[in-house]
Design a protein. Structure first.
Lengths: 115, 114
Protein backbone atom coordinates (compact mmCIF):
# COMPACT_ATOMS: atom_id res chain seq x y z
CA UNK A 1 0.00 0.00 0.00
CA UNK A 2 1.10 3.53 -0.65
CA UNK A 3 1.70 6.04 2.07
CA UNK A 4 2.83 9.64 2.04
CA UNK A 5 4.11 11.30 5.19
CA UNK A 6 4.46 15.02 5.68
CA UNK A 7 5.80 15.25 9.19
CA UNK A 8 5.62 19.02 9.40
CA UNK A 9 2.08 20.05 10.20
CA UNK A 10 2.71 23.79 10.31
CA UNK A 11 5.72 25.96 9.57
CA UNK A 12 6.13 29.70 10.06
CA UNK A 13 8.93 31.67 8.48
CA UNK A 14 9.72 35.33 8.10
CA UNK A 15 9.56 36.71 4.59
CA UNK A 16 12.73 36.18 2.53
CA UNK A 17 13.77 33.14 4.54
CA UNK A 18 14.23 29.82 2.76
CA UNK A 19 12.00 26.95 3.81
CA UNK A 20 11.97 23.24 3.04
CA UNK A 21 8.86 21.10 3.19
CA UNK A 22 9.52 17.43 3.76
CA UNK A 23 7.80 14.52 2.06
CA UNK A 24 8.52 10.83 2.63
CA UNK A 25 6.74 8.20 0.57
CA UNK A 26 6.29 4.45 0.79
CA UNK A 27 5.61 2.12 -2.09
CA UNK A 28 6.51 -1.36 -3.31
CA UNK A 29 6.16 -0.37 -6.93
CA UNK A 30 9.14 0.33 -9.13
CA UNK A 31 7.13 2.73 -11.26
CA UNK A 32 5.48 5.56 -9.40
CA UNK A 33 4.93 9.27 -9.62
CA UNK A 34 5.23 12.02 -7.07
CA UNK A 35 3.45 15.35 -7.01
CA UNK A 36 3.28 18.58 -5.08
CA UNK A 37 0.10 20.63 -4.89
CA UNK A 38 -0.48 24.04 -3.34
CA UNK A 39 -3.75 25.01 -1.67
CA UNK A 40 -3.91 28.77 -1.05
CA UNK A 41 -6.42 30.25 1.40
CA UNK A 42 -8.94 30.50 -1.44
CA UNK A 43 -9.16 26.70 -1.36
CA UNK A 44 -8.37 25.51 -4.86
CA UNK A 45 -5.68 22.92 -5.52
CA UNK A 46 -2.85 24.10 -7.72
CA UNK A 47 -0.51 21.63 -9.39
CA UNK A 48 3.16 22.45 -8.86
CA UNK A 49 5.25 19.54 -10.08
CA UNK A 50 5.25 15.90 -11.13
CA UNK A 51 8.24 13.57 -10.95
CA UNK A 52 8.42 9.93 -12.04
CA UNK A 53 10.46 7.28 -10.29
CA UNK A 54 12.97 6.99 -13.12
CA UNK A 55 14.01 10.61 -13.01
CA UNK A 56 15.95 11.61 -9.94
CA UNK A 57 17.10 14.91 -11.34
CA UNK A 58 16.37 17.80 -9.09
CA UNK A 59 14.23 20.52 -10.55
CA UNK A 60 14.20 24.25 -10.13
CA UNK A 61 11.42 26.58 -11.16
CA UNK A 62 12.04 30.14 -10.14
CA UNK A 63 12.11 30.25 -6.35
CA UNK A 64 10.88 26.66 -6.10
CA UNK A 65 13.09 23.60 -6.14
CA UNK A 66 12.52 19.93 -5.55
CA UNK A 67 14.93 17.30 -4.28
CA UNK A 68 13.99 13.72 -5.16
CA UNK A 69 16.05 11.01 -3.44
CA UNK A 70 15.02 7.39 -3.95
CA UNK A 71 17.61 6.22 -1.42
CA UNK A 72 15.68 7.95 1.36
CA UNK A 73 12.24 7.81 -0.30
CA UNK A 74 11.97 11.54 -0.05
CA UNK A 75 10.70 14.28 -2.33
CA UNK A 76 11.35 17.55 -0.54
CA UNK A 77 10.25 20.98 -1.67
CA UNK A 78 12.24 24.14 -1.02
CA UNK A 79 11.04 27.71 -1.41
CA UNK A 80 13.86 30.22 -1.63
CA UNK A 81 13.35 33.79 -0.44
CA UNK A 82 9.80 33.10 0.70
CA UNK A 83 7.04 35.61 0.08
CA UNK A 84 3.71 36.24 1.76
CA UNK A 85 1.97 34.83 -1.33
CA UNK A 86 3.61 31.50 -0.60
CA UNK A 87 1.40 31.12 2.48
CA UNK A 88 -0.69 28.04 1.80
CA UNK A 89 -1.13 24.39 2.57
CA UNK A 90 1.18 22.22 0.52
CA UNK A 91 0.39 18.61 -0.27
CA UNK A 92 2.71 15.90 -1.42
CA UNK A 93 1.04 13.05 -3.30
CA UNK A 94 1.96 9.75 -4.85
CA UNK A 95 0.50 7.78 -7.73
CA UNK A 96 1.34 4.22 -8.52
CA UNK A 97 1.20 3.13 -12.15
CA UNK A 98 0.44 -0.44 -11.13
CA UNK A 99 -3.24 -0.22 -12.02
CA UNK A 100 -4.50 1.19 -8.75
CA UNK A 101 -5.27 4.61 -10.22
CA UNK A 102 -5.23 6.11 -6.77
CA UNK A 103 -3.50 9.36 -5.96
CA UNK A 104 -2.51 9.17 -2.30
CA UNK A 105 -2.01 12.44 -0.46
CA UNK A 106 -0.04 13.37 2.59
CA UNK A 107 -1.82 15.31 5.31
CA UNK A 108 -0.33 18.58 4.17
CA UNK A 109 1.98 21.21 5.61
CA UNK A 110 0.60 24.64 6.37
CA UNK A 111 3.15 27.31 5.57
CA UNK A 112 2.75 30.79 6.97
CA UNK A 113 5.08 33.47 5.69
CA UNK A 114 5.18 36.45 8.02
CA UNK A 115 5.94 39.87 6.56
CA UNK B 1 -11.68 26.03 -21.15
CA UNK B 2 -13.76 24.97 -18.16
CA UNK B 3 -11.64 22.02 -16.95
CA UNK B 4 -13.40 20.38 -14.00
CA UNK B 5 -16.64 21.96 -12.83
CA UNK B 6 -18.19 21.15 -9.51
CA UNK B 7 -21.59 22.23 -8.29
CA UNK B 8 -22.71 23.44 -5.88
CA UNK B 9 -19.91 25.37 -4.18
CA UNK B 10 -21.66 25.38 -0.82
CA UNK B 11 -24.44 23.25 0.63
CA UNK B 12 -26.09 22.80 3.99
CA UNK B 13 -28.03 19.59 4.58
CA UNK B 14 -30.04 18.24 7.44
CA UNK B 15 -29.17 14.85 8.85
CA UNK B 16 -30.86 12.15 6.81
CA UNK B 17 -31.29 14.20 3.66
CA UNK B 18 -29.85 13.01 0.39
CA UNK B 19 -28.16 15.02 -2.32
CA UNK B 20 -25.92 14.75 -5.34
CA UNK B 21 -22.69 16.63 -5.87
CA UNK B 22 -22.13 17.22 -9.55
CA UNK B 23 -18.81 16.96 -11.35
CA UNK B 24 -18.20 17.49 -15.04
CA UNK B 25 -15.01 17.65 -17.09
CA UNK B 26 -14.51 18.69 -20.68
CA UNK B 27 -11.04 17.26 -21.26
CA UNK B 28 -12.14 13.77 -22.33
CA UNK B 29 -10.27 12.27 -19.38
CA UNK B 30 -10.85 8.62 -18.61
CA UNK B 31 -10.10 8.82 -14.93
CA UNK B 32 -12.27 10.72 -12.47
CA UNK B 33 -12.30 10.63 -8.70
CA UNK B 34 -13.85 12.14 -5.60
CA UNK B 35 -11.91 13.18 -2.51
CA UNK B 36 -12.92 14.61 0.80
CA UNK B 37 -10.72 17.00 2.73
CA UNK B 38 -10.93 17.22 6.47
CA UNK B 39 -8.71 19.29 8.78
CA UNK B 40 -5.42 17.53 9.44
CA UNK B 41 -6.34 14.56 7.26
CA UNK B 42 -5.23 15.62 3.80
CA UNK B 43 -7.35 14.45 0.90
CA UNK B 44 -8.86 11.00 1.10
CA UNK B 45 -10.21 9.11 -1.88
CA UNK B 46 -13.91 8.24 -1.76
CA UNK B 47 -14.63 6.65 -5.15
CA UNK B 48 -13.05 6.67 -8.54
CA UNK B 49 -13.81 5.67 -12.10
CA UNK B 50 -11.52 4.60 -14.93
CA UNK B 51 -14.15 5.05 -17.62
CA UNK B 52 -17.85 5.12 -18.36
CA UNK B 53 -19.60 2.26 -16.60
CA UNK B 54 -16.63 1.45 -14.34
CA UNK B 55 -16.36 2.62 -10.74
CA UNK B 56 -14.52 1.45 -7.66
CA UNK B 57 -14.16 2.30 -4.01
CA UNK B 58 -11.40 4.33 -2.50
CA UNK B 59 -10.30 4.71 1.09
CA UNK B 60 -13.53 6.13 2.58
CA UNK B 61 -16.52 4.98 0.45
CA UNK B 62 -19.15 4.37 3.13
CA UNK B 63 -22.22 6.57 2.83
CA UNK B 64 -21.48 7.58 -0.75
CA UNK B 65 -22.58 6.27 -4.10
CA UNK B 66 -21.27 7.02 -7.59
CA UNK B 67 -22.05 6.17 -11.19
CA UNK B 68 -20.38 7.02 -14.48
CA UNK B 69 -22.78 6.93 -17.38
CA UNK B 70 -20.73 9.29 -19.57
CA UNK B 71 -17.07 10.20 -19.86
CA UNK B 72 -17.83 13.78 -18.84
CA UNK B 73 -19.88 13.35 -15.66
CA UNK B 74 -19.15 11.71 -12.34
CA UNK B 75 -21.77 12.59 -9.70
CA UNK B 76 -21.33 11.76 -6.02
CA UNK B 77 -24.47 10.85 -4.10
CA UNK B 78 -24.92 11.11 -0.37
CA UNK B 79 -27.63 8.63 0.45
CA UNK B 80 -28.51 9.77 3.98
CA UNK B 81 -26.35 12.65 5.13
CA UNK B 82 -24.65 12.45 8.51
CA UNK B 83 -22.72 15.13 10.44
CA UNK B 84 -19.55 13.07 9.87
CA UNK B 85 -19.89 13.88 6.17
CA UNK B 86 -19.34 17.56 6.83
CA UNK B 87 -16.28 18.22 4.70
CA UNK B 88 -14.90 19.83 1.59
CA UNK B 89 -15.30 17.62 -1.45
CA UNK B 90 -13.08 17.74 -4.49
CA UNK B 91 -13.59 16.11 -7.84
CA UNK B 92 -10.56 15.40 -10.02
CA UNK B 93 -9.91 14.10 -13.50
CA UNK B 94 -6.86 12.96 -15.41
CA UNK B 95 -5.90 10.80 -18.34
CA UNK B 96 -4.98 7.20 -17.79
CA UNK B 97 -1.51 7.90 -18.95
CA UNK B 98 -0.90 7.59 -15.28
CA UNK B 99 1.53 9.90 -13.66
CA UNK B 100 2.55 11.47 -16.94
CA UNK B 101 -0.08 14.05 -16.31
CA UNK B 102 -1.54 16.01 -13.48
CA UNK B 103 -4.86 15.57 -11.78
CA UNK B 104 -7.09 18.51 -12.52
CA UNK B 105 -9.24 19.46 -9.56
CA UNK B 106 -12.55 21.23 -9.34
CA UNK B 107 -13.02 24.22 -7.08
CA UNK B 108 -14.46 22.12 -4.27
CA UNK B 109 -17.84 21.84 -2.56
CA UNK B 110 -18.10 22.81 1.08
CA UNK B 111 -20.79 20.64 2.64
CA UNK B 112 -22.20 21.10 6.12
CA UNK B 113 -24.55 18.52 7.62
CA UNK B 114 -26.50 19.73 10.64
Amino acid sequence: AQKVTQAQTEISVVEKEDVTLDCVYETRDTTYYLFWYKQPPSGELVFLIRRNSFDEQNEISGRYSWNFQKSTSSFNFTITASQVVDSAVYFCAQYSGAGSYQLTFGKGTKLSVIP
Amino acid sequence: NAGVTQTPKFQVLKTGQSMTLQCAQDMNHEYMSWYRQDPGMGLRLIHYSVGAGITDQGEVPNGYNVSRSTTEDFPLRLLSAAPSQTSVYFCASSTLRGGNTEAFFGQGTRLTVV
